[in-house]
Design a protein around this ligand. Structure first.
Ligand SMILES: Cc1cc2nc3c(=O)[nH]c(=O)nc-3n(C[C@H](O)[C@H](O)[C@H](O)COP(=O)(O)OP(=O)(O)OC[C@H]3O[C@@H](n4cnc5c(N)ncnc54)[C@H](O)[C@@H]3O)c2cc1C
Length: 445
């Protein structure tokens, strides 16, 4: 029986394995998914995890629960040697080992782009993973608790100052959602005055949300500013040393919470540790049928038994007017590429021709906090509450499995009745602290 190895169980990898389970005949092939995380992260829910509107566990789709006929290996692929059809896997504990395969599917996604700006590595938090979203929420909630016990002054101002660096899709969604949480929190913290809250969004270009056109982009800036936020356009972060933010525009302020949302970089394993073709940006070179290709363009020959999709692959965009364009790295494409990839593997196993990937964008939809959103499909723009409802409707339908949909819906309904939970559980990072403090007191008594 053939072995299909899927490297990375995120959007593209999860859907590939899920579809393969449905399409493969008994005994036709076995599927292995390797991922250091035991779940696929539903990243579009992370902004709502930040705001406490979606429970963090509900944004994590268990691989073992939903891929019942797939072997799931908890580990990181550190190298792919396609010439010998082996991958090296480093598990969280124990020594590295090799996994042999007949067909490899590379869906390891991208990583957060790093820039060598002083203080960023020490102070900032990314927003690509569940633990980051939870930490951001807890830090804001903890900051409110701490600030409420202080007299007005620089420390209190620093605690109540939040900075997002990067005004792309995830940055703007996270910013809008966290602002919505902070505004709601003020009711529970009468000691703090609304004008003590400082939310800064820093963007190097002259506009935010490049996925929408200029006018709706400007509307988003105005609507965030009406809610008390400050949007710094044409501004680069120069330093964040010790939480002191310095911008290229000359603006300076102390910020307790700095969130880094400047976009993606190529996955280092894909870029540097495989013998598969990689382009100048470190992306896997993929043909329109999602087979890894030797060179680009319609005449590119396929690398036998190697496939790729999602944020780690440069997939030709056949729906684009511009020739040579690659598909946008988003979930809309990753899901559809994963499903087609599975169908194409099954087709080639059965001697049929694989089909090319063609997808026309369904538009862009973003949440900007509870009751606020923006949607654009070509010339059609919908703003505010209807767009937010569409955002929720779209994502509750899009999150995989009915079990997840129902859990998320239940939390939304409960929050509509009782509001969201506003307790910081930052103490889970130090579970022995209370126990140790109690022991010290007992010893001293
Ligand atoms: C906050 C946020 C909000 C977003 N909202 C939207 C949205 O509303 N709409 C939209 O279309 N898109 C959205 N996106 C983008 C979308 O989530 C990504 O484009 C999509 O997840 C890409 O899928 P992927 O499978 O390529 O990568 P991922 O989903 O990132 O999965 C990659 C997987 O590979 C694993 N992996 C990495 N390296 C290795 C390795 N060496 N070995 C084994 N496994 C590895 C990772 O652990 C991960 O599970 C959002 C992204 C973010 C961060």
């Amino acid at each position: 029986m053939r072995t299909i190895l899927v490297v990375g169980g995120g959007y593209a990898g999860f859907y590939t394995a899920w579809k393969l389970e449905k399409k493969l005949r008994r005994g036709e092939a076995r599927v292995i998914v390797v991922d250091p995380r035991p779940y696929m992260t539903y990243q579009p829910f992370l902004p709502e995890v930040l705001a406490g509107s979606v429970e963090e566990r509900h944004a994590a789709v268990s691989l073992r629960r939903h891929l019942r006929r797939t072997t799931v290996i908890a580990g990181r692929v550190t190298a792919i040697d396609h010439a010998h059809k082996t991958a090296t896997v480093r598990p969280a504990a124990g020594p590295a080992f090799s996994v042999g395969y007949d067909i490899v599917v590379v869906t390891a996604g991208a990583v957060t782009r790093q820039l060598a700006i002083p203080g960023v590595a020490e102070h900032a938090i990314g927003m690509k993973h569940v633990e980051e979203a939870v930490a951001i929420r807890d830090r804001l909630l903890t900051a409110f608790d701490q600030a409420s016990a202080l007299e007005p002054g620089p420390l209190r101002r620093r605690l109540l100052t939040v900075t997002f660096v990067g005004g792309g899709f995830s940055g703007v969604e996270g910013f809008g959602e966290l602002l919505s949480l902070a505004t709601a929190l003020q009711k529970s913290y009468p000691e703090l005055s609304p004008d003590e809250l400082n939310f800064h969004l820093v963007e190097a270009r002259d506009r935010i949300l490049p996925e929408v056109s200029d006018r709706p982009g400007r509307w988003v800036v105005r609507s965030l500013e009406k809610r008390g936020a400050r949007v710094h356009l044409n501004a680069e972060l120069i330093s964040a040393r010790n939480g002191h933010v310095v911008l290229s525009t000359g603006a300076e302020f102390d910020s307790e919470l700095i969130v880094w949302t400047v976009g993606n970089a190529a996955n280092p394993m894909v870029r540097s540790h495989t013998d598969l073709p990689i382009d100048q940006n470190g992306m896997l070179v993929v043909r329109a049928d999602l087979r890894v290709g030797i060179g680009t363009g319609p005449g590119a020959a396929p690398v036998p038994d190697a496939w790729g999709a999602g944020d780690d692959a440069a997939v030709p965009d056949l729906a684009a007017k511009r020739s040579g364009a690659a598909t946008v790295p988003n979930a809309q494409n990753a899901v559809r590429q994963g499903k087609l990839l599975a169908r194409n593997i099954v087709a080639t196993l059965r001697g049929r021709k694989p089909k090319p990937y063609v997808h026309h964008s369904l538009g862009t939809i973003a949440t900007l906090g509870i009751g606020r959103g923006i949607f654009q499909y070509r010339g059609l723009v919908i703003k505010g509450f209807p767009a937010w409802l569409m955002h929720r409707g779209y994502h509750v339908l899009a999150v995989p499995t009915w079990e997840r949909k129902i859990r998320v819906l239940a939390v939304w309904c409960t929050a509509a009745l009782f509001g969201r939970d506003i307790v910081s559980l930052a103490s889970v990072q130090h579970p022995r602290a209370a126990f140790l403090a109690d022991s010290e007191l007992t010893a001293a008594a």
